[in-house]
Each structure stands twice: as structure tokens, then as C-alpha cells.
Design a protein around this ligand. Structure first.
Ligand SMILES: O=C(O)CCC(=O)C(=O)O
Length: 216
């Protein structure tokens, strides 16, 4: 953060939606990326998600704790190799709670532990359409951590995929938390900026880790 020419202060993008630039320092980014690389291995590793429409998501994903498929959660990779989903490690719950506390200045208002991680890998062409995270039964805030290439994160409204929205640049190490009235907001990633990852991270592309409470 201190290397920025123009400092990027934390910002509330919408009620309950907070962007904290540079929250993870380079060693913490490295540790999280190393873990993502382990999680990406089979069985129950990185996969391409096929939508009910027949199309494929351009992002590749691996899940921890609960396996997300369109549109639900399971304990096995029901739309892939069938293997049990990898466990959600307790340190990710601690990281999620620390993220909420940093964003809101207060502890998570929900006592259930974080128990789902979706790890998304974006190559230079990958993007994610506007959608809501609505398959969880808990209203606890979603915690998003970015690694590697910078992206445009589009944070919309709770009514539909149309404007108004706010485009936020998420860089490696940034934290974004959305909860409260913004928990059901549409959001997506219309583009990344290939080649913008910090060279010392050793990542070509972008990785996003979203942490959620399933309520299941
Ligand atoms: O990659 C991102 O920043 C957003 C990911 C996302 O929206 C999701 O996993 O539902």
C-alpha cells in the first residue's frame, strides 16, 4: 500500500459493501496463493463449471467445505469427478472474520463459522457475469480476496443486472466485503488486466477467493 503513488483509502461502495485496498500484504498473498495451488489439485480440484443453459463459465473454480454447482451446494463434486469436497480449514474462518472486522470495524454479526470457499481462477480472457450469491441460507457477509492481476469488479444493485452499478478496481491483496443490505447485490467481473499481477507473486492471471457462511 505504501508503494502506491496515489494512496487508495478504504471506501464504502454501497451500504454494507466495503473495499479495503491492500489488506493482504505480499507474504500473506503468497501464503494464500500457495494454498490455492494445493486446493486446485485433483481430486475435487479446479474445474470448469457447466451452466444449465449448456454454456461453460470462463472462470475455473475449486470449492472448499461445500461444493457449489448451478444452483446449489453438495458435499461431493456432483457435476465433476464425484470426489468429496476438500475441507474448509479453520484458518480461513479466522481470515474471513478478520476481513469483516477490518471492513466494518466490528465483528461478524452472525455467530456461525465461515464454511465455504469458492476459489476462482481467471486467465487473461476470463470474466464473470452479473449474478447474486443466493444459494447460501445465511445472510452473513461475503468476504472476497483478490490475488494476481487487477480486475474490474462491478458492484450493482439488488434489483437486477442493470444500472446503477459501481466499477471498482480490485488489485492483488484487496479485500471486498458485502453484507447487510448489499448481501443480495448483483456483482461480476467484466474484465481483468493481464500482466498486472505483482511480479514477486509468480501468478499469471487472477485468483479470487470468496468466503461465505452456508447456513446449511
Ligand atoms: O472474482 C471476483 O472478484 C468475484 C467472484 C464472485 O462473484 C463469485 O465467486 O461469486
Amino acid at each position: 500500500m505504501e508503494d502506491e503513488l496515489f494512496p487508495r483509502p478504504p471506501a464504502e461502495i454501497a451500504p454494507g459493501a466495503v473495499h479495503v485496498p491492500g489488506w493482504l500484504d505480499p507474504p500473506a498473498q503468497r501464503r494464500l496463493l500457495d494454498a490455492c495451488r494445493q486446493w486446485a489439485r485433483p481430486p475435487a480440484g479446479l474445474r470448469t463449471v457447466r451452466m444449465p443453459s449448456g454454456g461453460e463459465m470462463s472462470v475455473r473454480t475449486v470449492c472448499l467445505g461445500w461444493h457449489w454447482f448451478p444452483y446449489g451446494y453438495a458435499r461431493t463434486v456432483v457435476d465433476g469427478d464425484g470426489a468429496p469436497v476438500k475441507p474448509f480449514p479453520p484458518w480461513l474462518d479466522e481470515l474471513a472474520r478478520a476481513g469483516v472486522e477490518r471492513a466494518y470495524g466490528a465483528a461478524v454479526p452472525d455467530s456461525e463459522p465461515y464454511d465455504i470457499a469458492l476459489v476462482n481462477f481467471y486467465d487473461s480472457a476470463a470474466k464473470m457475469g452479473l449474478h447474486r450469491d443466493s444459494d447460501e441460507k445465511s445472510g452473513a457477509p461475503v468476504v472476497s480476496l483478490s490475488l494476481g492481476d487487477t480486475c474490474v469488479f462491478r458492484f450493482g444493485n439488488t434489483h437486477g443486472r442493470t444500472r446503477p452499478w459501481t466499477d471498482v478496481e480490485l488489485r492483488s491483496g484487496d479485500l471486498f466485503v458485502f453484507g447487510g443490505p448489499s448481501r443480495p447485490a448483483y456483482h461480476g467481473v467484466p474484465r481483468t488486466f493481464p500482466g498486472t499481477a505483482p511480479p514477486e507473486l509468480g501468478l499469471k492471471g487472477r485468483v479470487n477467493v470468496t468466503l461465505r457462511v452456508s447456513g446449511l
